[in-house]
Ligand binder design. Structure first.
Ligand SMILES: [Zn+2]
Length: 477
């Protein structure tokens, strides 16, 4: 497996610290609203990485945080006149719902900043004791950036280049810094903000310190992989390295993986441009699996352009895979048990080629775009070898080999290959579908009283109808 390491700017062979195990930290979202589709990209990319490494036999210890103390959360809490804990609790729950819809598995641990304050205070104290941090007169604790001579190694910036851009590094209220490059580890409380006692002042942590602390606590001082969106390389990840390496004296992470930006209609996503979408908005329009699949149609490091047209293409491509999956599943029910002829045997033997194509693509820095091409090759072969137009049914072993392989490869990408849902398996499905058809007919005839009655009668039986663009769906309450 080769991984592009941002630290060395090279594709490198992945060698874990402990054979068979991977320790991995992925920076998670700040929970002040529904997550947007840009937040979903790293979630899907690194969930796919995790699934693939597990398929390769590794045990992956996957830690991803929720930043639950931040200016944006406090602002939202003040707007709503509630406690910031209420905001973060609400949006952690909503983020988990979106993750589930996107089939992003929960991390091994999802630590939250507000529950790790003690660890942050300890690390900050260590940095002060070692001369890497200092307390300003107002109680703010700053990291002394120049005390870490490797600062800039991840973003490939040097301190003097940074100095020329230092005006941007000046933040209002941070005028007691020794040097404009220094960054905040702890800041004093302001009116209306959550705060905790500390040896320096009643206050709250800066953003960067939480990841250094959580990575160490839940994984180790040195971990295999640290990951996130490329917008985090500087300053967030650079600052994490400085804090962690100055604390432990050891390398923080061996490999740094960063996913590229997500653009909307070839423009940067922004609220002011009116092209800002939450995952919830998109998954109300599309099957969440389509969004997941769409994100995998490009290699993760490049920029990805989101548009209605490209989503439609993704939907059609995914449908081709599912049509094949459904066809295979159905064929399995009646496939005869018999020995294979030479042609059938060679079709089954050929399947391993597609698996190899898939693995080669994934081994090359998680090239999901090429891995999907391998799945389409498998689908093509399945369609040729199982859909026997001549009428003779393919034997069970052939159908099973194609179906299991398709399910396995798509499963590594977190995709489902059949569309059968619970509703179809319901013993009353036929009757309910019949009533839904009657309701549709009634609506067409503008007999809304009858349409409503059918809906209400079903509701009384605990059956909920949902009208979607693809037609009416139902589920038991
Ligand atoms: Zn982080």
């Amino acid at each position: 497996m080769k991984i592009f390491n941002t630290l060395t700017r090279k594709k490198e062979e992945f060698v874990p610290i402990t054979p068979g195990k991977i320790s991995m930290y992925v920076c998670g979202p700040t929970v002040y609203n529904y997550i947007h589709i840009g937040n979903a990209r790293p979630m899907i990319v690194f969930d796919t990485f995790r699934r693939y490494m597990e398929y390769r036999g590794y045990t992956v210890n996957y830690v991803s945080n929720f930043t639950d103390v931040d200016d944006k959360i406090i602002k939202k809490a003040n707007e709503e006149g509630v406690d910031s804990l209420e905001i973060s609790t609400r949006y952690i729950a909503e983020t988990r719902k979106d993750m589930e819809a996107l089939n992003v598995r929960p991390a091994t641990v999802h630590p939250q900043a507000t529950k790790e304050i003690g660890g942050m205070i300890d690390m900050i104290q260590t940095l002060i004791d070692k001369g890497h941090a200092y307390v300003a007169a107002d109680g703010t604790v700053y990291f002394r950036t120049r005390s870490f001579d490797q600062y800039g190694k991840l973003s490939h910036k040097n301190l003097d280049d940074l100095r020329t851009g230092e005006r941007e590094l000046k933040v209002s209220g941070e005028d007691q810094k020794e040097d404009p490059l220094d960054f905040v580890l702890w800041k004093p409380k302001k009116e209306g903000e959550p705060s905790w006692p500390s040896p320096w002042c009643e206050g709250r942590p800066g953003w960067h310190i939480e990841c250094s602390v959580m990575s160490k606590k839940y994984l180790a001082e040195t971990i295999d992989i640290h990951a996130g969106g490329e917008d985090l390389i500087f300053p967030h990840h650079e600052n994490e390295i400085a804090q962690s390496e100055c604390t432990s004296g050891k390398e923080f992470a061996h490999y740094w993986m960063h996913n590229g930006f997500l653009n909307i209609d070839n423009r940067k996503m922004s609220k002011s441009l009116g092209n800002f979408f939450t995952v919830r908005e998109i998954t109300e329009k599309y099957d969440p699996q389509v969004l997941r699949f769409f994100m995998q149609t490009a290699q993760y490091r490049g920029p990805l352009n989101f548009s209605a047209e490209l989503m439609e293409q993704a939907k059609q491509s995914l449908d081709r895979i599912r049509t094949c999956g459904n066809m295979l599943k159905e064929a399995l029910e009646t496939a005869p048990e018999r020995d294979l002829n030479a042609e059938e045997q060679s079709a089954v033997d050929g399947i391993s080629e597609f698996v190899k194509m898939f693995e080669d693509a994934m081994d090359d820095d998680l090239n999901t775009a090429d891995a999907i091409t391998a799945i389409f090759e498998l689908v093509r072969s399945a369609n040729v070898n199982v859909k026997t137009a001549s009428g003779e049914k393919a034997p069970r072993k052939v159908v099973e080999s194609f179906f299991n392989t398709l399910e396995m490869l798509a499963g590594i990408l977190g995709l489902f290959v059949t569309t059968e849902d619970d509703a179809a398996a319901d013993p009353e499905a036929e009757e309910i579908e019949g009533l839904i058809a009657q309701r549709k007919e009634a609506k067409k005839n503008k007999d809304f009283a009858l349409a409503d009655k059918i809906r209400d009668d079903l509701l009384a039986r605990g059956i909920v109808l949902e009208d979607t663009r693809e037609g009416t769906k139902w589920k038991r309450n």
